[in-house]
Design a protein around this ligand. Sequence first.
Ligand SMILES: Nc1ncnc2c1ncn2[C@@H]1O[C@H](COP(=O)(O)OP(=O)(O)OP(=O)(O)O)[C@@H](O)[C@H]1O
Ligand SMILES: [Mg+2]
Length: 346
Amino acid sequence: MQITNLTVDNFRNHTHTTLQLSAGVNVLVGPNAQGKTNLLEAIYLSCVGRGWRAVRDSEMVQFGQERALVQVVAEKRFGKVDIAIQLGLGMKKSISINRIPITKVAELMGQINCIFFSPDELKLVKEAPADRRRFMNIDISQIDKSYFYALARYNKILQQRNASLKNNCTERELSVWDLQLIKQGEILIQKRQAFIQKLTPYVIEKHRALTGGKETIALTYETCANFEQDLQQAREKDLRLRTTTVGPHRDDLAILIDGKDVRVYGSQGQQRTAALSIKLAELDLFADLTGETPILLLDDVFSELDSSRQARLLTAVANHQVVITATDAPSVGKIFHIKNGQIVSQ
Ligand SMILES: Nc1ncnc2c1ncn2[C@@H]1O[C@H](COP(=O)(O)OP(=O)(O)OP(=O)(O)O)[C@@H](O)[C@H]1O
Ligand SMILES: [Mg+2]
């Protein structure tokens, strides 16, 4: 799949910006703080219904404005798709697909698939389990809407269960939440396990290519052995700590290189290679599962790579549409110069 047009209005520092993207490599070039990453975020928003950095939708609305609009047209194997998202202060975002408003963000999932990669992505390997859960949640949601629904339900029930625990509820009240939590939680666990199992061979292959076969990578989803039993056993602790201490909201993904946990023992380079292998693996897995090649968004990755690695990376993603941000123009791709929230030349 390929995005042909992107238009944003009052989106972060862009008052009105429109670009026609090429099918191959597109580079957004400009000095710092001009609005390059903001455009990647707009694309990301049109794929998964939330901003890349934004915690709240309203953060993406231009300072002093009430509404922001992002419109994306993409070509897929079976025709065009046109996504429009309106964000506003004090309003729920409204989304339409081919001009028909949708009521649930889940309906947006899978319309346009993208993979976002930035130096920050090292977080995937290095930082807290929450980053790895977010990775699993966003990826599985893009390929499986029922996962997205289960996740939304699970989070809601979890919130209610935690609120009950804070209010010194009785054990009987807790049991009511437990039944629902277990039902949704088991869906999440099962789908995450299946996803990691599917992703692993792709990761192994990419990692082998990047390391020249010197190291072996493995992924393991770390979850409860039996959610129902574990929740039962943790009940006393939950009542004491007044929060839900077990469940998929506490799970993690272990990344091992030659049997050693790269989260703990990996060097910076090993962590980066592991993160990159996982990202490149996602591209292939998405393509195989959906029959469409996802769009790759690369934020600032060139600054960390020498020119031969830049070239190798671009070769690795040659059959995808790529949108890259950079401070210096590379020698490839369609170049857009960005200055102060505007395209100054193409
Ligand atoms: N809601 C908003 N309204 C107006 N401007 C905003 C808003 N949110 C962020 N900005 C501004 O957008 C500017 C550009 O941000 P962006 O992250 O896109 O820069 P960049 O070109 O990617 O820079 P760098 O090379 O440093 O990564 C920032 O200076 C920021 O102040
Ligand atoms: Mg940036």
